[in-house]
Structure formats: C-alpha cells, structure tokens
Design a protein around this ligand. Structure first.
Ligand SMILES: N[C@@H](CCC(=O)N[C@@H](CS)C(=O)NCC(=O)O)C(=O)O
Length: 207
C-alpha cells in the first residue's frame, strides 16, 4: 500500500496508525501546494481534490479522506483494537470523534495557515477554534480526572491519532495553548508513543 503524504499535514495520522499496526506503507511525497509529486508528476492525476492523504491499496484503488483512511487501516488489523468492530457502541464513539475532528477542528485551522487572509477573517477563525478547543480541553480534563489517558476507555485509537494530528498544529498556527493544559499534556502523551515518534522522524518533524 502507498500513502501519499506531506510532512506534518493531516497525512500524519494515517502514517502513525500504519506504524502502530506494523503495516507496510510506502510513503510517497506529494505537495499540497504545487500539486506535484517529488518527480514532478501531477498529483491531481492521483487525487483530483489535490489533497493529502491518499491511501493506494495494493489493487490500485485509491481512498481519500483522513477519517475513512483511518477506518480502512484499523479494519485491516482488527486484533490491534485501534477501532472497535462494526456494530459495537465503541466504534460509534470513535466515529463521533473522527467526524468532530474532521469537520469542527481540522477545517478550522485552514484559514490560520493561508497566507494573505485578512486579519478580521483570521480573528474570527481563531475565536471559532478557541471555542471548540475549550470544549475538547474539558473532555480531556474529565478523562484525566478519571485516570483515562485516551479518548475512549478501551484504549488508544484512530480517534486519538487524528485529534493529536490537528492539535500538533497549534504552535505553527500561532494558537496560544496556555488555556489548554490538558490538551498540552495529551499531545505530549500521544507524541511519546514510539510509533508516533517514528512517524514524526520519518517526516522530518521536530520532537
Ligand atoms: N477532507 C480532507 C481534507 C484533507 C486536507 O485538508 N489536506 C490538506 C493537508 S492537511 C491539503 O492537502 N491541503 C491542500 C488543499 O486543500 O489544496 C480529508 O479529511 O482528508
């Protein structure tokens, strides 16, 4: 299988889940900005949406969207328990987090990275994101108090991988994380996992 990725982008979540599961993922660099691969070929021919990540299965079929790719990877190794089986309540809870992370968090960071966005729009984006992060802070703090290190009581899951991925953008996005001590500790906890460190190093990211 191939994973089209860009260092530190939202392809980090499927990358680290691949390492957690010991899957053989061939990493292929794709630039979300120039829409080119390393060899100069057209990334839009791979994904007409022009976005990473893309998972290319061994039969050549390509899957896009972080939340879906994470499910595909986890379902390849059901015994690893990174996502509960279909029909279980715990799977719905994980999907709730994946959906929240994709729609309420991930896309809220977009305007903070786009050069040339006017300050009023940026300030609005920041205030929206602050509200969402405050809610997540409360959720993580409540779990901390109950001695639960991860989003789901069953253990580390794909939901943690995606949440970690977007929270790891805070320094780059200029998000002040002082109001979110539980989130800071959570990010450090995820980052301490060997597979996460290995994924970050492979992408050339700082620890
Ligand atoms: N809905 C997509 C969003 C993916 C996405 O936003 N990827 C970013 C990198 S984190 C990207 O490739 N941006 C380039 C662009 O949107 O043109 C998903 O969940 O996979």
């Amino acid at each position: 299988m191939k994973l089209y990725y860009s260092p530190g982008a939202c392809s980090l979540a499927p990358h680290l889940i691949g390492l957690e599961l010991g899957l053989a993922l061939e990493l292929v660099f794709a630039s979300p900005r120039s829409k080119k691969l390393k060899d100069g070929s057209d990334f839009l021919a791979i994904n007409p949406k022009g976005q990473v990540p893309v998972l290319e299965l061994d039969d050549g079929e390509r899957i896009t969207e972080v939340a879906v790719i994470l499910q595909v990877l986890a379902d390849l190794s059901p015994g690893a328990s990174l996502l509960a089986p279909h029909g279980e309540r715990a799977r719905l809870r994980a999907l709730e987090w994946l959906s929240f992370t994709a729609t309420e968090l991930h896309k809220s960071y977009g305007p903070l990275f786009k050069p040339g966005i006017d300050p009023a729009t940026q300030a609005y984006a920041r205030s929206l994101l602050a509200g969402k992060l405050a809610w997540v802070e409360g959720e993580i703090a409540r779990r901390d108090a109950a001695g639960q290190p991860w989003l789901l009581p069953q253990g580390f899951s794909v939901a943690d991988a995606y949440l970690y991925n977007v929270l790891s953008w805070n320094p780059m996005a200029g998000v002040d994380d002082q109001p979110y001590p539980a989130l800071r500790a959570y990010v450090a906890r995820v980052q301490a996992r060997p597979a996460v460190g290995a994924a970050r190093r492979a992408e050339g990211l700082k620890d």
